[in-house]
Design a protein around this ligand. Structure first.
Ligand code: MEV
Length: 416
């Protein structure tokens, strides 16, 4: 029987016990646990970027309770923000009773762009179209490994784009990148086919680079949550009002999407993926119809329960690039994902859960109460509290709704 990701009171366990339960769930051996805890060494970091002097650490929390397409997931999340991991876990728990998340992805097709300067863009477009097969074949000679895994260049498209200095021909090379994020494969292919395109069109190619608007590589997830789990019919209505606010007002939609990205970016970083690429793609996709819109949608179903979905580009890989980081490798092992598509299905579900948690909190009690617990502990420690004093001082400050260092110092003194 599959192990469950529903570990009740996971947050209350001591860290060593959390790690032990996690290792049991994911089948981590002692060396893997060690790799997870120690993370990237300075020596490894030196092979990744230039001028290294140290590594930068972030908290890595585990979101529990995720059920996606009937499979159990504990989700590693790297984030500096209080409440994000707890909120994702809580929302995932509410979604379990109705079967969890149902997620899908399109084929992992990335777009490489080639900018062609030409006097006659129409003629050049025809020349590119006439050479479609040749371009694809040449691109595929550049990454036989990818081709052997079932990926590779699939198609060529050309568009005439009106730019300030005149028409340009923009050629898109569509590449199935399988389990990679894909930037390396796509950029190499674009550079390799450019001489052929120049010869065929008698034009001059300039930029050859992947597009981060990965709208051929979409992830979708949907969920149904019962009104009882959410706290009643009024909560369902309040969440829908909150969604409608975002759908009507870009100032709100950006924050709404930021909340979903709290989850998606945390998974992206934990798995060693490129969070800037994912963020850029998400926000551009949110704007695809000319107006910035929420990435999620929420409505009431015929039984008065809440139904929601998310759709967005997700260029996540499970091989290559920074996924070689030991923490990232362990995160992928904990996730037990077999493909990049599966990883994107989980990440999209985390985004939907995160958005649900934020809308529920905001439309009912507000988010500050949830945020205050850990914040108050930090303030207590800043004031010098140690051991049991941290909980005591933080607890009083939260109750008083007065969380600041001076008050923490007073309470510490009073407790001596
Ligand atoms: C905070 O990081 C995220 C929220 O602002 C998201 C939202 O407003 O929906 C709480």
């Amino acid at each position: 029987m599959e192990k469950t990701s529903q570990i009740s009171g996971y947050y209350k366990l001591p860290r060593e016990e959390r790690l032990r339960r996690l290792a049991e769930f994911a089948g981590l051996g002692p060396e893997e646990m060690e790799a997870l805890v120690s993370g990237l060494s300075v020596e490894q970091a030196e092979k990744m970027v230039e001028n290294v002097v140290a590594t930068f650490k972030l908290p890595l929390g585990m979101a529990v309770n995720f059920l996606v397409n009937g499979k159990e997931y504990i989700v590693p999340m790297a984030t500096e923000e209080t409440s994000v991991v707890a909120a994702a876990s809580n929302a995932a728990k509410m979604c379990r009773a109705t079967g969890g998340f149902k997620a899908t992805t399109t084929e992992p097709i990335m777009i490489g762009q080639i900018q062609l300067l030409t006097k006659d863009a129409k003629k050049a477009k025809k020349a590119v179209e006439d050479n479609r097969e040749k371009i694809i074949a040449l691109a595929n000679t550049k990454d036989q490994k990818l081709v052997s895994l079932g990926g590779g260049a699939r198609d060529v498209e050309a568009r005439i784009v009106k730019a300030a200095g005149g028409d340009m021909l923009i050629i898109h090379l569509l590449v199935d990148v399988r389990d990679a994020m894909g930037a390396n494969a796509v950029n190499t292919m674009c550079e390799a086919v450019s001489p052929l395109i120049e010869e065929a069109t008698r034009g001059k190619t300039r930029l050859k680079i992947i597009s981060n608007l990965a709208d051929r590589r979409l992830a979708r997830s949907e969920v149904r949550v019962s009104k009882e789990e959410l706290g009643g019919a009024e909560v369902v209505d309040a969440i829908i009002d909150a969604y409608e606010f975002a759908a009507a007002d870009p100032y709100r939609a950006v924050t709404h999407n930021k909340g979903a990205m709290n989850g998606i970016t945390a998974v992206t970083i934990a798995t060693g993926n490129d969070s800037r690429a994912v963020e850029a793609g998400a926000h551009a996709y949110a704007c695809r119809d000319g107006r910035y819109m929420p990435l999620t949608r929420w409505e009431k179903d015929a039984d008065g329960n809440l139904a929601g979905e998310i759709e967005m580009p997700l260029a996540l890989g499970i091989v290559g690039g920074a996924t070689m980081n030991p923490t990232a490798r362990m995160s992928l092992k904990i996730l037990r994902v077999k493909s990049a598509r599966e990883l994107s299905e989980v990440a999209a579900s985390v985004g939907l859960a995160q958005n649900l948690a934020a809308l529920r909190a905001l439309s009912t009690e507000g988010i500050q109460r949830g945020h205050m617990g850990l914040h108050a502990k930090n303030i207590a420690m800043m004031a010098g509290a140690k051991g049991a004093d941290i909980e005591r001082v933080a607890g009083i400050m939260v109750k008083e709704k007065n969380v600041n260092v001076n008050r923490a110092k007073e309470l510490l003194e009073a407790g001596k």
